[in-house]
Design a protein around this ligand. Structure first.
Ligand code: MN
Length: 714
């Protein structure tokens, strides 16, 4: 393997190749890595050549092969980026840089690191997909030389390869790389099984090859009789796919009829179906095993007809039928894209095969949560598809596990937003129903319906997930604006100003802009979101008189308090805010309380001295309890007493006698002392006091106290 052999090989599939670029990058990389060795002891440049060799086997363009030779120059030599760009231009340099960026963060166990790394990978791929081809070739050689690394590192690398790189190769349809990577992973992760399968395959090799030979000849003869020009061959499946069948699906090794896959390659699509007809006329097909990936291509563009027939000696035999072009796609996947296409920019702006990548790239910016991102990647990387039909008979493909919600969003965003149910084959199903191939799906909509946050757990496709998230974001913003408006209005009322007029004034816009908001609406959203204080804005509009002392925050007067809110809490001057009772301190009526403006989730109500509350003055609002509301609130009480028999029952009955409901409890016994914790639903501190008094009267009770924190019990 040297420059001359590379040149000869490239010329054989690409006579017009720019060989000067290849020569230059070869010599440049060789010089840069001079003296460096790998852990195997061999020269580092050998690694670069191996990668070039893999890329040449995929018949890639010279730019990719050159970038492959140079892929470690930025990272492992002191070459500055500028120098590389000066020598080789932007195209090659961008690819090398893309590969380097993926390199610099090692994958570690932990979702966050993985997500971060995958995100980088996706972004690099979006800029130039050839980055991933080099990365895959790089990983392949690293897997091939994994034996030189410590055991721990071997496992880590192999796992990562199996979880990320092999699925990526699969997703891009590069079957050759995928199967090599998988076999190597098996070798390092399950070496006993790997060698066992290899040994068994070897022991029956002669037998198998003889069988393949006989079967191939028979098929060939049959096709000749039918006057179809075809290439027929049979070859053993790769180890990992055998492993999956034996160890995951529980097939006995002896029953492994499809250790050999037979392939028939023809010139036209029509011929594929003729071959199928001819084969089915001669041999009995196994029911349920026929798949038409020509009419319904896989998401990675794979096309083929699959069937299993009862072949020679009554053995089931799997046959794949496709055209030469389809075969190229099946073997090389997207790599086939760059053959003979020297100089064509390799972006992912267009092209169906990159649709999923664009989808992910679109979602990348929104997905700050690493778990969500990983889930989306997983969904896109393992696209075992199901095919379903619209009522009109159009076919749609979805990843396994997709639901009617995914279907609804695939029709139109509005259909997704308003979907309330679905009919599958005319039967009504819940939204979480998992679509099955062949289902006829009809979506039921209701123009008043809205998406729910729960859908994020139900939907599978990134399109649906992105649309639902976008909707929630808009919804939260409009709620924040509404709350911001109400809080601002309350401030204006104190100053006897008409809030509506102020909001429309030029002054208001100036204040907003001076604080770097694009609009008054943005400012209001920020107030509602708890990032900006309404009183601060009020002070900017109407500066407080300097001589006078700042008046104390006026306590809300009952008459000014408006309308009842759901939680029995009201905010001074604010109409129907969205309110939650904080779980950290569980205030009940009678407790002194304050409101805290949460980010995007309305106001949470805490006891005034809640320790869990951040010390951020501007996000605090005055709140008070609605008088005489009939709502009950959970309060936790801890009771200590002798560990006497029946104490618990007596306490419980004492509580119930006060007319209060017990909604939870726990017991902790420590030597002779027992601590019983009850959660009771009370209307306020007065009622709670009655409960406490009643418990105190029970014989054996030593102390009763209210726990303000609902922490871990027991
Ligand atoms: Mn490398």
């Amino acid at each position: 393997m040297n420059l001359t052999s590379f040149i000869n090989e490239i010329k054989s599939y690409n006579p017009a190749a720019d060989l000067s670029l290849l020569r230059k990058s070869y010599r440049y990389a060789e010089k840069k890595h001079e003296g460096q060795t790998r852990l195997s002891g061999g020269p580092f440049f050998e690694h670069c050549k191996q990668i070039a060799q893999t890329l040449i086997a995929l018949k890639m363009d010279v730019v990719t092969i050159s970038a492959g030779l140079l892929h470690d120059v930025l990272e492992d030599t002191s070459t500055p980026r500028e120098e590389l760009e000066r020598e080789f231009g932007a195209e090659v340099t961008n690819i090398v840089e893309g590969v380097t960026k993926i390199n610099t963060i090692p994958f570690r166990i932990g979702v966050e690191k993985q997500a971060e790394n995958l995100r980088k990978m996706v972004l690099a791929m979006t800029r130039d997909v050839r980055v991933i081809l080099i990365k895959l070739a790089d990983r392949l050689h690293n897997m091939r030389t994994l034996e030189y690394l410590p055991r721990e590192k071997q496992v880590e690398t192999a796992k990562e390869t199996l979880e990320i790189y092999a699925p990526l190769a699969h997703r891009f349809g590069i079957y050759r790389l995928k199967s090599d990577l998988e076999d190597l992973c098996l070798k390092f992760l399950e070496s006993d099984i790997y060698y066992d399968i290899a040994r068994r395959l070897q022991s029956k090799r002669a037998e198998r090859e003889e069988y393949a030979q006989r079967m191939t000849t028979l098929i060939r003869d049959e096709l000749q009789k039918a006057n179809i020009k075809a290439e027929v061959f049979g070859r053993a499946k790769h180890l990992y796919s055998i492993y999956e069948k034996v160890h995951r699906k529980g097939t006995a090794f002896e029953d492994m009829y499809d250790l050999i896959a037979f392939r028939v390659l023809v010139n036209t699509e029509r011929d594929c179906y003729s071959v199928l007809g001819t084969i089915h006329a001669k041999w009995t097909p196994l029911p349920g095993r026929f798949k038409d990936y020509i009419a319904l291509p896989k998401t990675n563009m794979y096309q083929s007809l699959h069937t299993t027939i009862i072949g020679l000696d009554g053995k089931p035999v799997e046959i794949q039928i496709r055209t030469h072009d389809m075969h190229k796609v099946a073997e090389y996947g997207i790599a086939a894209h760059w053959r003979y296409k020297e100089g064509i920019p390799a972006d992912v702006e267009s092209g169906e095969e990159f649709e999923w990548l664009r989808r992910i790239a679109e979602g990348v910016g929104d997905l700050r949560n690493p778990r969500q991102f990983m889930e989306m990647m997983r969904g896109e990387l393992f696209p075992d598809d199901v095919y379903v039909f619209t009522p009109k008979g159009d076919v749609k493909a979805f990843p396994v596990g997709a639901t009617p919600i995914d279907f609804a969003y695939s029709i139109h965003t509005e259909v997704g937003h308003t979907c309330v149910g679905a009919k599958i084959n005319s039967n009504i199903v819940p939204l979480k129903y998992q679509l099955q191939s062949g289902d006829i799906v009809e979506i039921i909509t209701d123009s008043n319906a809205k998406p729910s946050k729960d859908w994020l757990r139900i939907a599978k496709t990134s399109r649906a997930l992105n649309k639902i998230r976008a909707w929630i974001r808009v919804e939260e913003r409009s709620q924040s604006i509404e709350l911001g408006e109400q809080l601002f209005e309350a401030e204006m009322k104190k100053l006897h100003l008409n809030s509506r007029r102020v909001l429309k004034s030029e002054e208001m816009l100036q204040v907003a802009q001076s604080l770097n908001f694009e609009s008054v609406e943005d400012l209001l959203a920020s107030i509602g979101y708890g990032k900006t204080s309404a009183s601060h804005i009020a002070n900017l509009i109407v500066p407080p008189p300097e001589t006078e002392e700042k008046p104390e925050k006026p306590k809300p007067e009952i008459s000014k308090l408006i309308e009842k809110s759901d939680m029995g809490v009201k905010i001074a001057g604010v109409d129907r805010p969205f309110i939650r009772i904080a779980k950290c301190c569980n205030p009940i009526p009678g407790d002194e309380i304050i409101g805290f403006i949460t980010r995007g989730r309305g106001v949470s109500v805490h006891v005034a001295d809640c320790t869990a509350l951040p010390q951020t003055e501007e996000r605090i609002v005055s709140v008070s309890w609605m008088p005489d509301n009939q709502i009950t609130y959970p309060a936790e009480i801890a009771i200590q007493g002798n560990d006497r028999k029946g104490l618990l029952a007596d306490v419980a009955s004492a509580i119930t006698k006060t007319g209060v409901n017990i909604s939870g409890g726990a017991i902790k016994t420590d030597r002779e002392m027992a601590e019983n914790i009850f959660v009771v639903d009370v209307t306020g501190v007065e009622q709670l006091q009655k409960v406490v008094d009643a418990i105190n009267r029970v014989k054996g009770v030593i102390s009763v106290r209210r726990k303000k924190r609902l922490g871990v019990r027991g």
